[in-house]
Design a protein around this ligand. Structure first.
Ligand SMILES: Nc1nc2c(c(=O)[nH]1)N[C@H]1C(S)=C(S)[C@@H](COP(=O)(O)OP(=O)(O)OC[C@H]3O[C@@H](n4cnc5c(=O)[nH]c(N)nc54)[C@H](O)[C@@H]3O)O[C@H]1N2
Ligand SMILES: Nc1nc2c(c(=O)[nH]1)N[C@H]1C(S)=C(S)[C@@H](COP(=O)(O)OP(=O)(O)OC[C@H]3O[C@@H](n4cnc5c(=O)[nH]c(N)nc54)[C@H](O)[C@@H]3O)O[C@H]1N2
Ligand SMILES: [Mo]
Length: 763
């Protein structure tokens, strides 16, 4: 097991995002992975036509790429996949599953790439190597023996459109509609809320819109760590004088300043570009009140202007022609009380007025947002407020304006596009029936929260993961581990070992796959795979690196192997031909979704990707009312629990050294926290109140109204610039504290950005 220094050190980080700091961080992580020339070659080509698309984030790939179109965290993700470390059957001979269960997330993945298909052997408590044929045969037999309606087919957002299409088709042919995706823990609030309000579940903007906006408002996204390539776009916008107004409880360095590693002047002279022109440290969940404040100012200014016979402030022409329920929102805003708005938002009235001034001047506004909006009990209301703000001045469906959710996994949006969904109304069931001559399930399958319920209560009979680390990523971690270890069937298609693999039930298989950056040779030759980014652009990606092991299969080949062993023969579903030539899978995708994927094979290498289109971007509203919809919020804050003496809102965060449950290292550079992830970031005034000093150890205890005991101990206090009454800590370690039923109301996204807890000092 890798040694590490887990002594906490806290040092204020003075640098900008990017710059030499990102170079130093790479200089630390890359050698640890012992990468070879293949990885450097992959990086040189990354995110360019004919290169491989980065396995890290879903930010767009520009039609005119930079010389190096990758970032610090993209390079870490690349090195993590192309590491020369190998996790072989010998490793599993040496370490029992019970032993490995106690290892840290970092150390499990650091053991290297999985090389052989493995099966859990309960007698020895070890994973042992099996052949692919044995694995598929046994999995098929087991799956045939259980009720398909009780089997989950999870996907984590990384697998290609081709693998994902085949996977979702396999699940439906088998008779399961339980197709949750990591999106259920992520931007599902967008998929549900943006769809209700605008008819489109995704961003209406494309990358070019950033060249035409005059203001960017950003809520709850951490650009410096999670989508660093976006910093180039923001820098260019700032150079044009675009105002950038950020709302975030933490002062995230990426939204403050950026030193461009590709700019020799900024690198040698040490300059940087200021990103945000205003930074508002809103309370967690306080966005509803903050936006309502801006809306109140705008509506009242409009009332006054019109009463005085001056030009209207709002776009009444757009509002009348294109929207419904504006009057309800306007009245709600007029009646809102400033004391409530400032208390709930945590911002002063002057701060909200500053933001409103930019809003009222802007003719083309982009609203960027991330998990700080979606992962709240009333996350949908925060999202609706953001849409209300855009609609009032007609900021959807014109150049340089619109909602810009920043998606998570590099193909998470694409997986939904090609059928990974538990919602039957989103699957083209008529088309599937016509093409493949079967009756696709027409019932609503389990999403992530429902899948967890069934894992916990023992009614889930099998769990298949196409990538990811479901057990570690989900809430209610303790009960989940108990339920998981009773799952009769587990099938994990993965590149590296993680905690989800280490609580096996009766039968568990570990099926190692090629990564996207590796060469994928099939009968027709080297294969291309495709994915979709946050702007609904679709690209081809060509892996060139030598596969980590000769025994790996591609994800499409593994899906086909399971399908053939499990399903009745269906002459319309040519699994083998599809594996032999992914171009045929793309034809099948085109036949299933002709509007989005016409000429798929010809267009996949268009520079910047091809756009699958978006009706809301042309002001065609596929909503219930046929118009864009204003919505009155149901609460003034998104937290979903009352303020109470001693209760804190815990915000679970990613560090700069992780990709979800993949922990690259123990440095959260921008936040100045080094050596350990077992920390609680706390406001100095709260520390004083609890008589805590920096470095003191505390236990966090659940303070949810369900009264269930949940706790995490041994956390060290870090004095941090975070609003009073809220604390920060790291995901996934703190998922023990999140009640399963504490999720966004309609979208069921676990509400990890405000978890009610108490802080108990340890002696
Ligand atoms: N390197 C790297 N890249 C990644 C990932 C990774 O783990 N590592 N993960 C990928 C995935 S799957 C996803 S979904 C994205 C996640 O990327 P983000 O959407 O940036 O998600 P988080 O890191 O959870 O950070 C959320 C931000 O919201 C802020 N915040 C918290 N609560 C609130 C609130 O109530 N209001 C406001 N206004 N702000 C709030 C936090 O301070 C934080 O800055 O990144 C993707 N890219
Ligand atoms: N408290 C809290 N919980 C959260 C969040 C939060 O902000 N706070 N964020 C949520 C979000 S946004 C997300 S997206 C989820 C993430 O949940 P997941 O997507 O399930 O988790 P990851 O950590 O991305 O999965 C990592 C594993 O994927 C496998 N893998 C990597 N590359 C490949 C590949 O190419 N193919 C295959 N088959 N496998 C591969 C490796 O085995 C690796 O161990 O977590 C959610 N959970
Ligand atoms: Mo995500």
């Amino acid at each position: 097991m890798a040694k590490r220094d887990d002594r906490l050190t806290v040092k204020d980080y003075k640098g900008a995002a990017g710059g030499w700091g990102s170079m130093k961080s790479l200089a630390r992580v890359l050698p640890e992975e012992r990468i070879g020339p293949d990885a450097l070659d992959t990086l040189r080509r990354q995110n360019k036509p004919e290169g491989a698309m980065c396995v890290s984030c879903a930010w767009g790939k520009p039609a005119r790429p930079h010389i190096a179109e990758f970032c610090e965290n993209g390079a870490k993700a690349t090195a993590w996949e192309l590491t020369s470390l190998r996790n072989t059957p010998d490793f599993f001979q040496q370490h029992s599953v019970s032993e490995l269960r106690e290892w840290r997330d970092h150390d499990l993945e650091q053991a290297g790439r999985l090389t052989h298909p493995m099966k859990y052997d309960a007698a020895t408590d070890k994973y042992v190597a099996v052949s692919w044929a044995e694995a598929f045969d046994a999995i098929g037999k087991r799956l045939k023996a259980v009720d398909p309606k009780k089997v989950v087919f999870y996907a984590s957002g990384r697998a290609s459109l081709e693998a994902s299409y085949m996977y979702s088709l396999m699940a439906r042919l088998y008779g399961s509609h339980n197709l949750p995706d990591s999106s259920n823990m992520c931007h599902e609030t967008t998929s549900v809320g943006l769809k209700n309000a605008t008819g489109s579940p995704v961003a209406t903007i494309q990358m070019d819109d950033y060249e035409h906006c005059d203001a960017i408002f950003c809520w709850g996204q951490n650009v410096g760590s999670n989508s660093p390539r976006m910093l180039h776009t923001l820098k260019a916008a700032r150079k044009r004088g675009v105002e950038i107004v950020t709302f975030n409880p933490l002062r995230e360095r990426g939204w403050e300043r950026f030193a461009d590693p590709q700019n020799p002047v900024q690198m040698t002279v040490g300059g940087s570009t200021q990103i945000s022109t205003q930074y508002h440290q809103v309370r967690p969940g306080g966005d509803i009140a903050a936006i309502l404040g801006i809306i109140k100012i705008a509506v009242e200014a409009d009332d006054r202007a019109r009463a005085e016979g001056k030009e209207a402030v709002l776009d009444h022409h757009f509002i009348r022609q294109h929207t419904v329920r504006f009057d309800e929102v306007a009245d709600f805003a007029r009646n809102a009380d400033w004391d409530d708005l400032t208390r709930e938002s945590g911002l002063t009235r002057e701060a909200i007025e500053d933001a409103a001034r930019v809003y009222l001047k802007s003719k083309a506004l982009i609203a960027v947002y991330g998990m700080g909006i979606t992962q709240h009990r009333y996350g949908m209301d925060s999202l609706y407020m953001l849409v209300n703000l855009l609609l009032m001045r007609g900021h959807i469906g014109r150049p340089g304006a619109g909602p810009g959710p920043v998606r998570g996994h590099s193909n998470v949006q694409g997986q939904r596009t090609v059928g990974i969904t538990e919602k039957p109304e989103l699957a083209p069931n008529d088309r599937l029936k016509q093409l493949y001559d079967f009756d696709p399930p027409d019932w609503r399958g389990w999403d992530t929260v429902e899948s967890c319920r069934h894992v916990i209560d023992g009614t889930c009979e099998g769990f298949i993961q196409l990538g990811g680390n479901f057990l570690r990523a989900t809430p209610e971690h303790k009960k989940m581990v108990e339920g998981w270890s009773n799952l009769p069937i587990q099938v994990h298609i993965a590149t590296k070992l993680n905690k989800s693999h280490l609580s096996p039930g009766a039968d568990a298989w570990l099926l190692p796959c090629l990564g996207r950056l590796e060469r994928d040779m099939q009968e027709s030759g080297a294969q291309v795979v495709t994915m979709e980014d946050s702007f609904s652009h679709i690209y081809g990606s060509v892996g060139k690196a030598e596969p980590a092991s000769p025994y790996l299969l591609s994800e499409p080949a593994i899906v086909a192997g399971i399908a053939k062993a499990t399903l009745k023969d269906n002459p319309n579903v040519p699994w083998d031909a599809w594996v032999g030539d992914y171009g045929l899978v793309r034809d099948a995708i085109e036949n299933t979704y002709p509007d989005k994927f016409s000429n798929f094979n010809e267009r996949m290498f268009e520079p910047g990707g091809f756009w699958k289109g978006n009706p809301a971007a042309h002001r065609e509203w596929n909503t219930q009312s046929g118009k864009a919809e204003f919505n009155v919020p149901r609460a003034l804050n998104a937290r979903g629990f009352e303020d109470r003496e001693g209760r804190f809102a815990l915000v679970t965060l990613r560090s700069n050294d992780q990709f979800n449950t993949t922990i690259y290292g123990y440095h959260d550079r921008f936040r100045g926290i080094h050596g350990t992830r077992d920390v609680v970031m706390m406001n100095k005034a709260d520390m004083d109140r609890l008589q805590l000093r920096a470095g003191d150890k505390v236990t966090l205890e659940s303070d949810a109204d369900d009264q269930v005991a949940r706790s995490v101990g041994g956390l060290q206090v870090v004095s941090y610039n975070i609003p009073e009454g809220s604390i920060g800590g790291y995901y996934p370690e703190l998922n023990v504290l999140i009640p399963l039923e504490h999720h966004a109301l309609e979208s069921h996204v676990p509400a990890g950005k405000s978890v009610p807890v108490r802080v108990r000092p340890e002696q």
